[in-house]
Design a protein around this ligand. Structure first.
Ligand SMILES: NC(=[NH2+])NCCC[C@H](N)C(=O)O
Length: 393
């Protein structure tokens, strides 16, 4: 993986399942969804997304399947059981019961319980008299569901032939990395892959990591990725000789721009689609390896810093020319969150009609998918995909 636009060969998706059925008006904010999705329709939309990718020759891997397969390994099971039980939340006695319940499940059921979570009323009957169980509402979660697993982009990111497991910033998402980690550690398919940046280190989320060109990585620093996260990520990719420049790009710390890929994604070798409101103000600090350390320059305008690092005259921004209100609406609905399957060919939500029309006018082929339900989690095609292999440009 050296770019955002090289012909996409293999991608990791997660078909949403029962974890979405856990969302209610009482918990959706905490679980980072803006609405209550209609689950059957969300699945249809996701199936169509996967089909669109397969139609372009992309191999689609599904996280739930990989997880169940990885759990055939007893070491994976042990680590899964460990990661699924929060002793501080359920107390020592219930934690033991929960662990033995999880351990006795077959791989598929265990994967399902880890993803969809478990309420107190679903716990094994033997625990009926525990104080923790009696004082919790039956619908409280003994194991919290992971509805944001849909956004496979965030919990891991590939740079070159190495995978970085993210330490996710929001409490509702922390457990996702444990599952991704386990898949890469124990699924036979990944037995030869090496790690770039260990889990449980400073926070970096995949949605903030953009591979601008071979050797040049941009990292958004905002609500999710911290300056320390960007710096350690840079140190790691420099040490592994995977990049010569890492650009740390400050983005506003708010939900509308939680990741860099919510405001900017690459649509061609030298072109991005970008939220117009930030185009002139986006800046970057450039980090380069220097005598065993890191030299930091800037901040300078992002587009200039990027072009310089990429060694091109300029990084084209598709001129969407949208009026500010339309631009804001379409940015919120992930209009700038496109997934390239090849240079100049991107998957985008159909609802962002104006942005898509401008992309086409600029010569970009747009493969439209519907996302009325998927989008309620605030993520588009790029957020919902973790590219594993792209052809070198
Ligand atoms: N790469 C992205 N932009 N991911 C979007 C993640 C959305 C998810 N609901 C969250 O708040 O974390």
């Amino acid at each position: 993986m050296q770019s955002e636009v090289g012909p996409l060969h293999t991608v990791l998706l997660h078909r949403p399942g029962n974890e979405l059925k856990r969302l209610t008006p009482r918990n959706n904010d905490q679980l980072l969804f803006d609405a209550i999705p209609w689950v059957d329709r969300a699945q249809e939309e996701h199936d169509a997304f996967a089909e669109t990718l397969r139609g372009r020759g992309v191999e689609v891997l599904l996280l739930h399947e990989l997880l169940a397969e990885a759990l055939a390994d007893p070491r994976a099971r042990a680590s899964a059981v460990h990661s699924g039980v929060d002793e501080l939340k359920v107390g020592g006695d219930l934690a033991d019961t929960l662990r033995s319940h999880l351990s006795s499940a077959d791989a598929e059921t265990l994967a399902e319980m880890l993803i969809a979570g478990m309420t107190f009323e679903e716990l094994p009957a033997a625990e009926g008299s525990s104080l923790v169980r009696r004082m919790h509402h039956p619908h409280d979660f003994a194991i919290a569901p992971l509805p944001n697993l849909l956004f496979t982009r965030d919990s891991s990111a590939w740079v070159g032939d190495r995978v970085a497991i993210a330490a996710l910033a929001m409490p509702a998402r922390r457990r996702e990395s444990a599952l991704t980690d386990l898949v890469y550690a124990y699924h036979p398919r990944f037995s030869h892959c090496s790690r770039a940046y260990g889990a449980h280190s400073a926070p970096v989320e995949g949605g903030d990591v953009l591979l601008l060109s071979p050797g040049v990585v941009a990292i958004g620093v905002g609500e999710r990725t911290t300056p320390a996260g960007a710096e350690s990520f840079a140190r790691s990719v420099f040490a592994d000789d995977l990049a010569h420049t890492v650009l740390a790009v400050p983005i506003t710390q708010q939900r509308a721009s939680m990741h860099l890929d919510t405001v900017c994604t690459m649509v061609d070798r030298d072109a991005v689609v970008m939220y117009p409101a930030i185009q002139d103000s986006l800046t970057a600090y450039a980090m380069r390896p220097d005598d065993g350390g890191i030299r930091v320059t800037g901040p300078s305008p992002f587009l200039e810093a990027a072009a310089e690092a990429m060694d091109i005259d300029h990084l084209r921004v598709i001129d969407t020319g949208l009026d500010p209100v339309t631009a804001e609406r379409e940015q919120w609905e992930d209009g700038n969150n496109t997934l390239a399957v090849a240079p100049g060919v991107v998957v985008a939500y159909e609802r962002n009609a104006e942005t898509n029309a401008r992309l086409e006018e600029a010569g970009i082929e747009v493969l439209r998918i519907s996302g009325s339900e998927l989008g309620s989690g605030r993520g588009g095609p790029r957020c919902m995909s973790c590219p594993i292999i792209r052809e070198v440009l």
